[in-house]
Design a protein around this ligand. Sequence first.
Ligand SMILES: *Cc1c(COP(=O)(O)O)cnc(C)c1O
Length: 446
Amino acid sequence: MINPAELELLRNALAKLAEGYEHLPDFTPDFDADAASEVLQTVASRMQDNYPYYHPQYAGQMLKPPHAVARIAYAMSLWVNPNNHALDGGKASSALEKECIVDLGRMYGWDSPLGHLTGGGTMANLEALWVAGRLRPGKRVIASKQAHYTHSRISEVLGLPFSPVPVGHDGRMDLAEIEKLLMAGDVGTIVATIGNTGLGAVDRLPEILELAAKYDARIHADAAYGGYFGLANELRDETRAAFDNLVNVDSIVVDPHKHGLQPYGCGCVLFRNADDGRFYKHDSPFTSFSSAELHLGEISLECSRPGAAAVALWATQQLFPLEKGGQLSKWLDRGLLAARDFRERLDASKNFQPLMSPELDIVCYALTADTARNSSAKARRVFELAAQKELHLAMIELPVDLVRTYAPGLEADAETITCLRSVLMKPEHKDWLPQIMAILEECASA
Ligand SMILES: *Cc1c(COP(=O)(O)O)cnc(C)c1O
């Protein structure tokens, strides 16, 4: 689990950091190492009570281990503990954050977006919808029924009316249903989910852009999960078209703490038109800004923000630039291929019925059964048996009609069916599919 070279790299990075402060009078804070050691042993024991998220046999939720360079850079920066709210709290890390934003913007074809890091995708979406609401006061927000639940909740917080859009059997928003809502005339913002959390389906952005233009709506792209996949080579053509069109949306959310190899606490919001930032204007009596330069605190709803998150992201983007054909895109391709391979293996098994062919690296599958209820019961049992064998999966509750598209023999004796879901986001997942499949078969036959 732990590579000793990492600790050596941290030690060396800290030594380099300390060189910058050598001229100061020497000063060592009090520290009782023995007392701390005891607590640390205890907390390490407590931490053993976690699923092994970093391991390839964790094939459940969206959990990808942060890269070593991100962990080390993050830890190193804690000895300074910068705050990216204002330049006097996080001078160096604010500069790094701005450089990260430039690179993330370029990934979407934007040369000078306004943007910043956030605590995560939820905060980032809140800011995007807040700005959308300021630009289209009182107007409706619409988003996929398979969109993250955060959009309806955020709309509630912002006092904006919200409508969910039904999805087709492929998990993407139904275009006719979008148009029906637009025709009512009160829609201000369409949220297009670029990789929804449950199914990994990517909304049809080219067609949604046309509808938005026809009815004068804004488009916010929630690419919290899928935001990096534009770098991949193995996307299906239709999915590719959505990514190629991100350049035309009004705002984008991407979570570096999902596919960007970062520890939690790293989301990002970007606005194509930098002028949208005017709504953030505030007069803070506390932070006497020491320069005329843009403070990230002036374009963020959050006040204190960890500079460490920017330091980690910057280090990672240096090592793995956001380029097509680079290491990052190869890893994303492995996930795409793993998901396709996994779906084929499930399809070949008499125990499982995979659903839609995956657009990204998420695979959903039902258990073969005569009725919806029996299928759900089997899925829950396989979930538990697999966990006992250290194969960790996720479950998803899906409408019976959607599942019956793929398993027409299932009798619909319930509204929804519990299915299994695996997010294959680690580069190692592809090579582990035979083991994963063997455990699944064993559990399904038990
Ligand atoms: C994860 C996710 C979110 C929420 O982001 P957090 O970082 O968990 O706050 C929003 N939208 C989508 C599509 C997501 O996958």
